[in-house]
Design a protein around this ligand. Structure first.
Ligand code: HDD
Length: 761
């Protein structure tokens, strides 16, 4: 209790602002020292570990649920009010002067409603506008404090809440999910020492080396400014004009034209921090680090024809997949891996680790798994969470630090800056989804939409009136505060605009990527270049691209040239003095050579049928797939029930029209003479199976169902004379054995042998 000087004005509800009390630190202004040292909080907050979930949380419980609870709104059983809380009696009619008269100016209820509506939209993100997000947690496999003092890695089993947003780059907010593009992979860790954002992509390199070129790159890839065409596509003149004049983009283009740019789902793509970062331990010792997210569900992609069709059939394909998987309890998981190396090692590499167009091959520095991330809760509200979340590469925590990568350095500025116009001011960090769960205390004040009500009159430092609080965390022997690493410069550097010499090698890693792909992946890359460059209208751009590719691989350049009706021109001149290392193929760079997924969790299987189906057989297959974690769906000519052979009825869950083949990972053609005959009469059903076959997906035909394949001319022998390893034609007795193999093929996803052997129908 504080004494109040006699005769001083005194409001007992605001003791801290009057009398003697004002000369000692006040309750709301006290420093969080005790809190940080693990004792009871002076600010009424629970200890950090309670809030952030140090230690193991029960499965499905996300510690960010509590901090967001205070802002959740549920109107169940509530009456309708204005924004001022005034109950509203009539939400149908505006207030008029006479039933057929003009609306009264005083109708504040109408005006509030319309005014709010008029301002409902905020600017979309200047890039990565289209995205989807989910909550979850990161769990550390061990105590990695020898490597980094970053809070998420402090203990074995320690969980840190995360919010993750996946996105495309070029498309506008309403564009389709399956376009050819890089995917954003942004993770916000709500650590007990503040928020750490790892704002990465699903490809480990980038188009450019210096942030100076980012606006140019984005202006080139976005819809052309005169006509606003094309939406969410790089297949146009300005993009290819720019990148073919920027040979540093060669390596990234290989990734962009590969199947990585058309992922099957967010759940089956890798993520990368891209830049070289630093991990810093408690002694201040730092090492270099590259971050990798590896999906437990395997790395799988679409094929181009399918991606283009899905964009029409279900523009929300990836958004829906993520949402449905989480709702169904098929929580997507990734393992976090790090490549750790010292500055001395980096000096020996034949590339510069500050160059974001280069990877550190896994053969050179292996990826060490250090934890896993599980996404287990969908947002409550798309706008409040997914749209308003603000990621920023500058958001690092003690234990994580930057390098001098000139792309990263520019990003550190851009992300906070862009939120100021997108989210309307400097207080976006107070939006619930952005607010750290760690306590925030500083002397920043005011600005648009300030939420915090700071107590006391002290908003400066040094001060004595608030006992010096909030105090610099580096004081009092407090070791976990953020302090930038102590980097020794080898010699005094000149202020200079330029690039280090090794940045000039633009082709050897592009070649490494190319030679590491399987033949079918190489074919897809060639086809993608042909498609993109066919959409370009200026012939000189095509020629320039070919002269770029001629430096990567002759077969690649020739393959693309053939599709464009051109000869391969002379290669682009190489930069002088650039070392050109020769790499051996790296299987880690191929989607298909990477380890497959453990199972079929969340894979979609169509079971197609019509009247006269073996309903009991379908139900057995359905149950088996469901049990394995797959998502079976009975697809038929129309909604309603199918009459089975034995009189049993079977529900059709979706029609061929509403659930086309491209939405499924595999198909089962049900048994039943009449069913199979009807399917053969329906062009849409035949087309369904044709696409499943041509997109190289597993097919299981049971009994009479085999006749549908026959009608299409599908063989169970590939031209090479071998059986098709993803096609099963069995009678009812063989279903159990075939299903086991079918699930194996479903986990592996596709059999590109069909494509390679030209057995398409
Ligand atoms: Fe960026 C958004 C990833 C280079 C400037 N970027 C953004 C998002 C991701 C990335 C995933 C979406 C975050 C979200 O979901 O809200 N960006 C990258 C990667 C890069 C990269 C992996 C290269 C390695 N970006 C980059 C540069 C600059 C920016 C060089 C500018 C100098 N990026 C932005 C931005 C965005 C953004 C303008 C738009 C919306 C936002 O930040 O919040 O600041």
């Amino acid at each position: 209790a504080q004494e109040v000087a006699a005769g001083m004005p005194f409001n007992p509800n605001k003791a801290g602002e009057h009398g003697d009390a004002s000369r000692t630190p006040q309750a709301g202004a006290t420093c969080p020292m005790k809190h940080l040292f693990g004792g009871a909080s002076t600010t009424g907050e629970t200890t950090a570990s309670d809030k952030v979930g140090a230690g193991i949380q029960p499965q499905g419980v996300n510690p960010t649920v509590d901090p967001l609870d205070r802002v959740r709104v549920d109107a169940t059983g509530q009456r309708l009010t204005t924004n001022q809380g005034v109950p509203v009696a009539d939400n149908q009619n505006s207030l008029k002067v006479g039933l057929r008269g003009p609306t009264a100016m005083e109708d504040f209820i109408l005006r509030e409603k319309i005014t709010h509506f008029d301002h409902e939209r905020i600017p979309e993100r200047v890039v990565h506008a289209r995205g989807s997000a989910a909550h979850g947690y990161f769990e550390s496999y061990d105590n990695y404090s020898d490597l980094t003092r970053a809070a998420p890695f402090a203990d074995k089993g320690k969980r840190t809440p995360v919010f993750v947003r996946f996105s495309t780059v070029a498309g506008e907010r309403g564009s389709a999910d399956t376009v050819r593009d890089v995917r954003g992979f942004a993770v916000k860790f709500y650590t007990d020492e503040g928020n750490w954002d790892l704002v990465g992509n699903n490809m480990p390199v980038f188009f450019i080396q210096d942030a100076m070129k980012f606006p140019d790159l984005i202006h080139a890839v976005k819809p052309e400014p005169h006509n606003g065409i094309p939406q969410a596509a790089s297949a146009h003149d300005t993009f290819w004009d720019f990148v073919t004049l920027m040979p540093e983009s060669t390596h990234m283009l290989m990734w962009h034209l590969s199947d990585r740019a058309i992922p099957r789902s967010y759940r089956t793509m890798q993520g990368f921090g891209v830049h070289t970062f630093r991990l810093v331990n408690a002694e201040g010792k730092s090492v270099f680090c590259k971050f990798h997210w590896n999906p437990v569900g395997g790395t799988h992609s679409l094929v181009w024809d399918e991606a283009a069709k899905i964009a029409g059939a279900d523009a929300d394909f990836h958004r829906r997949d993520l949402w449905e998987a989480i709702e169904a309890g098929n929580y997507p998981e990734w393992e976090l891996g790090v490549q750790v190396f010292t500055e001395e090692q980096a000096d020996q590499f034949p590339f510069d680790v500050l160059d974001a167009t280069k990877i550190v091959p896994e053969e050179l520095v292996p990826v060490q798994p250090i934890g896993k991330m599980v996404l287990n809760r969908n947002p409550d509200n798309f706008f409040a969470e997914t749209e308003q979340v603000a990621f920023c590469t500058a958001h690092v925590v003690p234990g994580i630090d930057f390098t001098n990568d000139p792309l990263l350095q520019g990003r550190i500025h851009s992300y906070v800056d862009t939120q100021i116009s997108r989210l309307g001011g400097p207080n976006f960090h107070e939006l619930p989804i952005n607010a750290p769960v760690a306590p925030v205390h500083n002397n920043q004040r005011d600005g648009m939409h300030r939420q915090a009500i700071h107590r006391g009159r002290v908003a400066y430092e040094p001060n004595s009136l608030a006992g010096g609080c909030p105090f610099q965390a580096g004081m009092a022997g407090f070791t976990t505060a953020f302090s930038s690493i102590d980097q020794k410069l080898q010699k005094p550097e000149d202020k200079v605009r330029g690039k280090p010499e090794l940045f000039a090698d633009h082709y050897s890693q592009a070649r490494l990527f190319w030679i590491s792909q399987t033949p079918s992946e190489q074919t897809h890359i060639i086809n993608a270049y042909r498609f993109e460059l066919s959409r370009v209208t200026v012939p000189a751009i095509r020629v320039r691209l070919l002269s770029m590719l001629a430096n990567v691989d002759a077969e690649l350049a020739e393959g693309v040239a053939k599709g464009l009706g051109l000869d391969v021109p002379a290669p682009m001149p190489l930069a002088t003095n650039a070392k050109a290392p020769e790499y051996a193929p790296s299987p880690a760079l191929s989607l298909l050579a990477r380890p497959g997924s453990a199972g079929v969790k969340g894979r979609k299987v169509a079971i197609i049928a019509s009247h006269g189906v073996d309903a009991a057989g379908v139900q057995a297959v359905y149950a088996d797939l469901l049990k394995a974690g797959a998502v079976p769906r009975v697809v038929g000519p129309y909604l309603g029930q199918l009459k089975g052979v034995d009189g049993a009825m079977l529900d059709v869950e979706i029609s061929f029209e509403a659930g086309p083949a491209v939405l499924y990972d595999a198909v089962v053609i049900a048994d039943g003479e009449d069913s199979a005959k009807s399917l053969q009469m329906e062009a849409i059903a035949l087309d369904f199976v044709r696409q499943q076959y041509n997109h190289c997906k597993p097919i299981l035909a049971i009994g009479a169902g085999a006749s549908v394949l026959k009608k299409l001319g599908v063989q169970d022998q590939l031209p090479s004379g071998q059986g098709d390893p993803s096609l099963w034609i069995v009678d009812a007795g063989g279903v159990t054995a075939a299903l086991a193999e079918f699930k194996g093929a479903l986990a592996a996803h596709r059999n590109f042998q069909r494509e390679a052997e030209g057995s398409m129908v």
